[in-house]
Design a protein around this ligand. Structure first.
Ligand code: SAM
Length: 273
């Protein structure tokens, strides 16, 4: 499954497409900012707006070393580094996402603070209890072995540290309409319910702190994005559609339909070690 997941996300020319978008907003790699990249590099429902709200609940501070599990092209990692002054280590399965993310860190001058690695979140090459907090946004939908995933995060964070999960979770037995942003076919999707997440997190040793269903926020976010696109007459130069390739419009509209039909919902779960 891992190869198929990485193949699903591999674009081939992602950095070039992002460069094109940057030039279209009259910027260059030397002048573009972390905030200007946010529309393209925060690959989860609600983008930067969702990250701001989600990450603020982790109560991070400057000296923290944080772990971004399934960091994609590193948008949330750069946001955390620039907003909170933290050191961030990200890890992602898709080689092109990691190399693209490293280039974006260079562009915005964050390579000293943000390190991105290629690897599997169920076997991460880091030392026990080396992180002050961990977060994971829209990744568990591709990882069937949630027990292994959460045991790894538990091993890597310090006692008393928080771990925040923001994933799309299953809310009914009705089958999904594919393709969706994380998978084109059911075989590479590993959706689980909130209850299954909680069970796997507790089995790993975590205590649940709080849970928040973001269905309403998602519906408002999609409606607002749609309004803006209608006004602008199409997609903006920088947006998550770039990472999703040619099938972006159908993946996004299926996601909206699946949420509206009550089949899935984006949910936050915060736990402590
Ligand atoms: C929808 S993207 C989210 C990326 C990022 N968290 C964000 O919000 O911008 C899902 C990411 O999970 C990564 N992923 C999937 N399975 C993984 C695994 N076993 N280990 C590490 N990363 C994985 C994919 O490569 C992809 O970058």
């Amino acid at each position: 499954m891992k190869n198929s997941v990485a193949a699903h996300y591999t674009h081939g020319q992602l950095l070039d497409r992002i460069l094109g978008g940057v030039e279209a907003i009259d910027k260059t790699p030397a002048t573009v900012t972390v905030d200007e990249l946010a529309p393209v590099d925060e690959f989860h429902i609600g983008g930067r707006q969702a990250s701001e709200d989600f990450i603020s609940q982790l109560e991070l501070s400057t000296n923290d070393h944080t772990l971004d599990v399934g960091c994609g092209i590193g948008g949330t990692s750069r946001f955390v580094a620039s907003r909170f002054g933290c050191r961030v280590t990200g890890i992602d399965l898709t080689p092109e996402f990691v190399s693209t993310g490293q280039s974006l860190c260079d562009w915005v001058g964050l390579s000293d603070q943000v390190e991105l690695h290629q690897g599997d979140a169920t076997a991460m090459p880091f030392t026990d209890e080396s992180f002050d907090a961990a977060f994971m946004l829209h990744v568990g939908m591709n990882i069937a072995n949630k027990a292994g995933l959460f045991a790894e995060v538990y091993r890597l964070i310090k006692p008393g540290a928080f771990f925040g999960v923001y994933d799309v979770m299953q809310t009914s037995d009705e089958p999904l309409t594919y393709p969706v942003p994380w998978s084109s076919v059911p075989d590479t999707s590993a959706l689980a319910s909130q209850e299954q997440y909680m069970e796997a997190l507790e089995q790993a040793g975590f205590d649940i702190v709080k849970i928040r269903d973001r269905r309403e926020f998602a519906a408002e976010f999609f409606a607002e994005t749609h309004r803006r696109m209608e006004q602008a007459g199409g997609s903006p130069p920088l947006g998550v559609h770039l990472a999703m390739g040619d099938s972006a419009p159908v993946k996004i509209s299926n996601m909206v339909e699946n949420i509206a039909a009550g089949r899935v919902s984006p949910v936050e779960i915060f736990v402590v070690k």
